[in-house]
Design a protein around this ligand. Structure first.
Ligand code: G3P
Ligand code: MG
Length: 261
């Protein structure tokens, strides 16, 4: 099956940044631990200083790595991901902040490794390209991601999304086979359906607080896949699915949590 066909389904659960309630987000172990508990995995991708696509949510390294403890990097505040080379990023630990235990080190996850993982495990992946406006050109941001998808031959397994909608148009031009999703937080763009058609996206994903029944009905009738983030409550997940939402992004994939749906 292709990701595009998955978009016809409802009641889907996406592992938000991997299984991030039980493993450090956006790491290989988080991807591994979400297998069998979700319909697809969502990760965040941005570029290192030397242009390698790495899997990380925040613009800076402090929350999810040990960068602040490394003497050699003391002068590098605010530790922006885009200021560190791939070799420097590889020296950091992405696990012990989560486990609060020095023995639980986790390595950097690159997009290349993530794509290799989904190919081996035949699982779908939503690649969210972080907004890198002012850091790299739109062309460079999208081309780097598309190149990795092409080289790994995973275009049938991926969905490309972004809050920076310029990326989505470019992605569609470069990789017409791969579906795209516009991400929005807080406010819908005016003339929503026209706007999404102009972007040529397949899906529209927005935050839970922005949900209303009429908008979901309108989007579904117009043929758009609808995703809502971040939903960790079973009752709310059921409500959203009954409104016609196709997919929720959740941190809670364990028993008694959203993952049981
Ligand atoms: O793609 C849904 C969700 O991941 C968007 O928000 O900030 O967690 O990347 P964020
Ligand atoms: Mg994300």
């Amino acid at each position: 099956m292709k990701f595009l066909e998955l978009l016809n389904q409802t009641g889907l659960i996406a592992a938000h940044r991997g299984a991030r309630s039980i493993a450090p987000e956006n790491t290989l172990i988080a991807l591994k631990r979400s297998l069998g508990k979700c319909d697809f995995i969502e990760i965040d991708v941005q570029l290192s200083r030397d242009g390698i696509a790495v899997v990380m949510h925040d613009d800076t390294l402090e929350r999810t790595t040990n960068v602040a403890e490394i003497d050699a990097f003391k002068s590098r505040k605010p530790y922006r991901v885009c200021d560190f080379t791939i070799d420097e990023l590889r020296t950091l630990d992405y696990g012990s902040w989560f486990y609060e235990d020095e023995n639980h080190k986790e390595p950097l996850l690159t997009l290349r490794d993530a794509l290799e993982f989904i190919k081996e495990n035949n699982i779908f992946l939503n690649i969210e390209i972080k907004d890198m406006y002012g850091i790299v050109s739109d062309e460079a941001a999208v081309e780097t991601v598309v190149k990795e998808i092409k080289e790994s031959d995973t275009h049938k397994l991926v969905l490309i999304s972004s809050f920076r909608h310029e990326y989505l148009k470019l992605a569609k031009e470069k990789l017409p086979d791969a579906p795209t999703a516009a991400l929005v937080e807080g406010k819908h763009p005016p003339k929503l359906l026209e706007y999404l058609r102009e972007l040529k996206v397949d899906a529209y994903n927005f935050n839970n607080e922005l949900v209303d029944k009429q908008t979901i009905k309108m989007l579904r009738e117009a043929g758009f896949f609808v995703g809502v983030y971040t939903v960790n409550d079973v009752k709310r997940a059921k409500e959203l699915f009954s409104m016609g939402v196709n997919c929720i992004f959740s941190d809670s994939l364990e028993k008694e949590e959203v993952g049981v749906l």
